[in-house]
Design a protein around this ligand. Sequence first.
Ligand code: NAD
Ligand code: UGA
Length: 468
Amino acid sequence: MNKEIKKICCIGAGYVGGPTMAVIADKCHEIIINVVDINESRISDWNNEDLSKLPVFEPGLKEIIKRRRGVNLFFSTEVEKNIASADMIFISVNTPIKQSGVGAGKASNLKWIESSARQISKFAEGFTIVVEKSTLPVKTANTIKKILEASNYGENTNNKKFKILSNPEFLSEGNAINDLENPDRILIGGEDEESIKALKEIYLNWIDDRKIITTNLWSSELSKLTANAFLAQRISSINSISALCEKTGADVQEVGLAVGMDSRIGDKFLKVGPGFGGSCFKKDLLNLVYICDYYGLKEVSRYWQKVIDINNWQRGRISGIVVEKLFGTISGKRIGILGFSFKANTNDTRESPAIEICKDLIEEGGELQIYDPKVSLINMENELNKVLIKNTSNEIGSWQYSNSIEDAAKNADALIVLTEWEEFKKIDWMIISKLMRSPSWVFDTRLITDIEEASKFGINIWKIGRGF
Ligand code: NAD
Ligand code: UGA
């Protein structure tokens, strides 16, 4: 038997739900897609006539919304109604790390998953396929199943029948539409042929059959955590080698090139930096560590914990080097920070390495002048207020928002490049050298500036992973 999917409901109009449903709507005109969320302002932003106000900025997204919104793609807060009429429901809600209680700081907080499952259990009608889109700990489908099965007891069961699929998302920020339109693979985990086929049929509208992998539920759930863990591991690996390069006179870019040209290793995700950031790598690694501990696999959990440890160490290492180079003290010294987002082409600051590095430098007494082309003052304030110790001691430094590279460099003893923004590649060092206080320093943690040019104007230079 074939289940025909005419209506989809996606719970969660966030970073994943919005763009993913937009692309499905764009590729499958005959399917009606309702994206629902409890956050009213987010929904009204998705419905904004002014497409520059969409809640998610992604190249290519605006154009799709313009084509499909109000045609076969709808955003609303009408959760119950849209659950009831759906043939297939995607759960795409947030799954952050728990802040308190059992597993605090490591386990995923599944309260939004559970509340979505309860809503589905209550309002769905007839046969509904429920798809896990959020990144989840392995075995979560069991919990969802139990909640859904509970709907078969009591009144108004309406002959409800559910099947669960796992279909994790691998998009990366800033490249979401391209990732969704041309994915490396689509992963569908499930227990029954009929629902797997129904979801596969949707993707077959634009994705080659050979790229669609089907597995059991648990392999699919675990593959998503594992993929993020492997990506993060590569970054920690090259970052750990950057420290050794600095000690030995090797150059991490040259080492990365030589290593990455081995086709068994590959050249992706070998860019050195101040440590990985973003909303998912740390969260998913912590979750993996927690799950391994839960199953008594101490060695495995320690192995993955090290990937996080190296990442933390890399950030701390950079603040330490800055202090050391500036004669062992930065108290009262002005330091320009170039870049605050976790990577270029996004204003997202979640888990950005800049946060901890700025915190360390402020606590060392530095006076920071922070510039980022896309991050707002409010966003910086929120992030730094979360981490700065409320200290009345005069020793602690301060920070201020800068409007430009020049503003951040004014009277500064040092500039630290923390995000690989395009405009940092084109810095005019002659102008900048005149604004800074001598002896001045530039620290490039992303290897993107023309730092050798800076040295021609008397600026001392430090490059990550480069032994001098
Ligand atoms: P997000 O916080 O941007 O969006 C989640 C949305 O779900 C929020 O708007 C929230 O209001 C809504 N929500 C929560 N509970 C709800 C409920 N019961 N009913 C209706 N709406 C509800 O999160 P995101 O970045 O889209 O991430 C979602 C999931 O996808 C996470 O598990 C994440 O790990 C995973 N993921 C994220 C990315 C990424 O780049 N952000 C990439 C791949 C996977
Ligand atoms: C990452 C994964 O790449 C996606 O496949 C995944 O779907 C997503 O997480 C998720 O599950 O949320 P994202 O966090 O958007 O995507 O960004 P990445 O491009 O992976 O970068 C993450 C961090 O690693 C950034 O801080 C970046 O600067 C850093 N990075 C990346 C490096 O330091 N070196 C590299 O070579 C690559």
